[in-house]
Design a protein around this ligand. Sequence first.
Ligand code: HEC
Length: 97
Amino acid sequence: MLKIVFVVLGGLWIGNAVAVDGKEVYDQVCSKCHRTGIDGAPKISDKAEWSKRLATGKPALIKSVTEGKGEMPARAGKELSDEEINAAFDYIAGLVK
Ligand code: HEC
């Protein structure tokens, strides 16, 4: 019986881990700065600025978010997982295209 409970819980946990919602991470964390451009953050509406940044490639940009850059704290100042950062980045990249 106990074994079944563990299997079910394990499945739920893995299910959650895969289903990271980039929009949710963006809305809750990244939008604070990137919607309005606080502290010099590139605004989501500034497509020209983003196209310059995107040209450096996703790995470099993910590194900026993970390690921090300028006024952006490492992991956006939150305890975000790599998956959450990746999902939020993909969401932003989709918005600024
Ligand atoms: C506290 C404000 C703040 C938050 C929160 C924040 N950012 Fe930023 N972000 C900045 C600033 C400021 C810059 C510009 C850094 C620079 O170029 O000096 C920036 C730059 C970036 C860049 C470009 C990095 C580069 O190398 O050019 C990316 C990508 C990015 N942010 C993604 C995110 C993501 C994804 C999140 C949410 C997980 C997030 N940011 C949350 C302030 C923030």
